[in-house]
Design a protein around this ligand. Structure first.
Ligand SMILES: [Zn+2]
Length: 453
């Protein structure tokens, strides 16, 4: 049995692992490389294996760095089966359609052929077979798999594989992105109890998040302050999971009169479509949230909330007097409708700019947050004068403490752990902690490295 690392090795993105067992070849994830141009360009390289020879793919979740190249794989001849949860399939359909649309424009500008098109995407979606959590599925003599709730975003799963070759049995678990419980909507991460090999999310292997207790309080205070001084509150937000989490918290604030009713706009067509998928899959929410829904509360609707799908509706937001709240993509202000609002409202020191997600260095969101006096938005220099705040407690990734606790709770002996999907530094810090403190063999894989299981 062989394990090949074709992405997520010393980088956060491009999650892609190949296993050979008997005559079968399977992949876990087929994600986009995302980041600076030299990383982005990796997507244009031919796959380091022949897509026609792959039998099965397991998709951990619907973030692009885990599923964004599946269409490209189909375009290049993949004809096998793809397994994931029902919410992952529906979220992929929406998120990838949007991504293909953006990609076709971006690649046209660069005079390049897009990685794949809407037809390839539809073909890919038709190859998916959905499976529920915690139900072992035997594919052949050599392979049995089980999806486990990763608690990262709706439908996210760890892939647990039980592999047999000759008389040798090996268990290997891919965490995908590991969640950061408790979250407003999701169940906590499933606890794996035994495995021989573990590929674990190491994005936050070198640090811990801010306390989760404070996050709701900080969010409430930002709203109260903005409303009191009749400000425009701008919140750049990721369309998937973070926006729905915000809606859940705001639903509670408004309906329980913790904050006064003001206009709150979800100004993102993608976030609106994704919220529809969340409504369809409420059985995947945690018990508390399902109870709230069962009591008759629509958690994605409350007085003052408006979804603005069309650009016509979006433009009208401008005419609504403050106080008002605008939640729009993209999460790091690298594109999307938030740019129009930042251009309009950042120069006024009375307004409030609130960050609820991680901002990568070099992004506009990071520059605004750091208080650079003039920021470049859509060809103009804009005065960055609005008050800036950040709430760190909403991360969807386990931090160092969370990762170590997850590993400590695995009872049986572990042969080896591979920290993946993190930059080199956090992955290395985690590897050293595992080896030196917990006495577990750990290795930082390199791109294209092969490991005999
Ligand atoms: Zn993710």
């Amino acid at each position: 049995m062989k394990l090949h690392f074709y992405g997520g090795a010393r980088v956060v993105t491009g999650s892609n692992y190949l296993i050979e067992v008997g005559q079968t070849k399977l992949l876990v994830d087929c994600g986009l490389f995302q980041g600076p141009p030299e990383v982005n360009e990796l997507n244009q390289l031919a796959f380091p294996y022949d897509p026609k020879t792959i039998d099965y793919i397991f998709v951990t979740h619907s973030h692009l760095d885990h599923c964004g190249r599946l269409g490209q794989l189909v375009k290049n001849g993949f004809k096998g089966q793809i397994f994931c949860t029902p919410p992952t399939k529906d979220l992929m359909a929406v998120a990838l359609e949007d991504a293909v649309h953006l990609m076709s424009e971006e690649y046209k500008d660069k005079n390049l052929e897009p990685l794949y098109n809407q037809q390839d995407l539809q073909k890919m979606l038709s190859l998916i077979k959905t499976r529920e959590y915690n139900q072992p599925v035997k594919l052949n003599e050599n392979i049995e798999f089980t999806l486990r709730d990763a608690g990262h975003i709706l439908g996210s799963s760890m892939i647990e594989l039980q592999l047999t070759e000759d008389s040798k049995k090996v268990k290997i678990v891919f965490t995908g992105d590991l969640g950061n419980p408790p979250t407003p909507l999701l169940n906590p991460t499933y606890q794996i109890t035994e495995t021989d090999y573990l590929l674990i999310d190491s994005a936050y292997g070198d640090r811990n998040h801010e306390s989760k207790k404070q996050r709701k309080e900080l969010l409430k205070q930002a709203f109260l302050d903005a409303i009191k001084r009749k400000a425009v509150l701008m919140i750049p937000s990721f369309a998937l999971e973070r926006t729905q989490e915000l809606l859940f918290e705001l639903n509670n604030f408004v309906e329980n009169k913790i904050i006064p009713q003001v206009p709150i706009f979800i100004d993102s067509p993608l976030a609106i479509k994704i919220t529809e998928v969340y409504k369809k899959h409420q059985s995947y929410f945690n018990q508390k949230t399902r109870y709230i829904i069962a009591s008759g509360d629509d958690i994605f609707a409350f007085p003052g909330l408006k979804f603005t799908s069309t650009s016509q509706e979006s433009k009208k937001i401008n005419k609504v007097p403050a106080p008002k709240v605008i939640i729009a993509g993209s999460g790091m202000s690298t594109g999307g409708r938030i740019l129009f609002h930042e251009k309009e409202y950042l120069p006024n020191p009375n307004n409030l700019f609130l960050i609820v997600g991680f901002q990568v260095e070099g992004t506009l969101g990071r520059k605004i947050l750091e208080g650079i006096p003039l920021v470049h938005i859509m060809g103009q220099d804009i005065k960055n004068r609005a008050e800036r705040r950040a709430i760190g407690g909403y991360s969807a990734h386990a931090d160092q403490q969370g990762i170590l606790q997850f590993i400590k709770n695995i009872k049986g002996p572990i042969k080896k752990i591979f920290p993946v999907q993190g930059e080199k530094k956090p992955a290395e810090v985690l590897k050293n902690l595992l080896t030196n403190k917990l006495g577990i063999a750990a290795e930082l894989p390199k791109y294209e490295q092969v490991v005999e299981l």
